[in-house]
Write a new protein. Structure first.
Length: 476
């Protein structure tokens, strides 16, 4: 059945490899199960525990639906879920609408779900009409080539940064890359971090242990090096956590609820669209927000597809993308399901590269991850046992592999390399794939135009560059 459905032999893979890749992908994105509700409720200060529970359930359901669509419609190993960028922007818009109109945060939340619903419908229409395919083709080759290495830099930054932060008792958060390696001396780091220092050091060691286990096993040809590295570094973390802090690393299995909060989902977010709230914010605000959501999320999704496309045979001999319509349609359906269940825009995760790095080549990888995500409604405490720095090791390793694609860039042509350099900097710093692509597009268009090569630039490229200029400098 799997062979016929996912064409495993044709894609030079097998069931065992695909399922292992799906488990690997889940481990690298499992953080979103808690982080999405935390961001969207400002750590339960907005909407309370009930809204947090509803968003947790919506994250599981919508992500599963999105990945099942990717598996069955596109047969690609892409992982879909509520993105960090959309989550943050969604929460920002909710807070501002609540402050502007006087409605409660939950009412504001249900209003923004309407915007996400319209965004998903627009993306479905764009996918059917191949509008986004044309946008993909309009991305110049130097920009397209730079996307994968830039995403690699962002993955390394995530792995050594936001994915394994340590929150101190005074509320400050410390990261391995910025606060540990960025400190002048160990004594300065210890004085600055206070009670968080030991945890940051442990996270640092676990990331490095996991990374080198993955790297060495991979160089020795071990097929399941990524998941082996995650498991080895997890065991190391559990042992050291008990020795250093006298904490039971499995305590969450006994203290957390195993019962899914279905009632909160049904009462607060499931098909709870506040269309009346759209009338309160006004048509101009609604249209501006809709355009902003669409622009931000479209290029984030497209950028991720471009970044991992070569690994799954989606780049032709001319360096152009192929077979993009189905993945984009599946992602669009996922966005609608996310709005209906009650979460922010679903995007294709850059962490998809981790599963692809573990050998995933077909939709069986995304189907596996989707099923596990759905099961997390019932077994979420198990996911919480996996330490974040262990998954960071996989992200750093995958990022290094993607940065190696810099070999395709023509360093001798400075006009082509400038957009690449800007994107390599902008993507990890801003955390936005779409904005980094926009910066690359603008710089490419300006350089080529003033070099007299304006006739070689397509009309769509000019339009996209102009739209990003408006987004960066005029939309308020």
């Amino acid at each position: 059945m799997f062979e016929k459905l996912f064409k495993l032999s044709e894609n030079r893979t097998n069931k065992r490899t695909e399922i292992t890749a799906g488990i690997t992908s889940f481990m690298t994105v499992s953080y979103i199960l808690a982080l999405a509700p935390n961001i969207l409720t400002n750590f339960k200060t907005e909407g309370g525990q009930e809204l947090w529970n509803a968003i947790f359930m919506a994250t599981c359901i919508a992500s599963a639906i999105g990945m099942i669509c990717v598996a069955l419609i596109a047969n690609k190993p892409f992982i879909i879920g509520p993105g960090m960028g959309p989550n943050t922007f969604f929460a920002f818009v909710c807070a501002n609408i609540a402050a502007m109109t006087g409605m409660s945060y939950i009412e504001s939340y249900q209003t923004v779900l309407c915007i996400v619903l319209f965004e998903g419908i627009i993306f479905i229409i764009f996918s059917v009409l191949s509008v986004r395919d044309k946008i993909l083709d309009a991305i110049p080759l130097p920009v397209r080539t730079a996307i994968a290495p830039a995403i690699g830099m962002m993955l390394i930054n995530i792995g050594l940064g936001s994915n394994c932060g340590v929150r101190a008792e005074d509320g400050r958060t410390f990261y391995v890359l910025r606060d540990f390696f960025g400190s002048l001396t160990p004594s300065f780091a210890k004085a600055n971090m206070g009670d968080a220092y030991a945890s940051v050091v442990l996270n640092c060691i676990v990331v490095l242990v996991g990374f080198f286990v993955i790297l060495i096993l991979s160089l020795k040809g071990f097929k399941f090096s990524v998941i082996a590295g995650i498991l080895v570094s997890s065991v190391f973390y559990w042992i050291m956590e008990f020795i250093m802090f006298r904490r039971n690393p499995f305590e969450v299995l006994f203290t957390s609820s195993w019962k899914p909060p279905v009632k909160d989902l049904v009462d607060i977010t499931l098909f709870k669209f506040n269309f009346h709230g759209l009338m309160q914010i006004g048509w101009l605000s609604f249209i501006t927000l809709l355009i902003t959501f669409c622009l931000m999320d479209m290029f984030s999704i497209i950028g991720t597809l471009v970044g991992v496309a070569d690994k799954v045979g989606m780049i032709d001999s001319n360096g152009k993308m192929k077979d993009t319509g189905r993945p984009l349609l599946a992602n669009s359906i996922g966005i609608v399901s996310g709005a209906a269940s009650g979460t922010s825009t679903l995007v294709t995760f850059v962490e998809s590269a981790a599963g692809i790095g573990a050998g995933g080549r077909t939709g069986l990888t995304s189907l596996t991850t989707g099923i596990i995500m759905l099961m997390c409604m019932f077994i979420s405490p198990i996911a919480a046992v996996i330490p974040a720095p262990a998954t960071s090791a996989a992200l750093v390793y995958t990022g290094v592999l993607m940065v190696s694609d810099l070999r395709r860039i023509n360093f001798a042509d400075i006009a082509s390399f400038v957009p690449t350099a800007l994107m390599l900097l902008a993507m990890p710093v801003s955390g936005s794939i779409g904005d980094a692509i926009g910066l690359g597009m603008i710089s490419y268009t300006i350089i080529q135009t003033f070099l007299g090569r304006y006739r070689k630039i397509s009309v769509i490229t000019y339009i996209i560059s102009a739209i990003f200029l408006v987004k960066f400098f005029l939309i308020v």
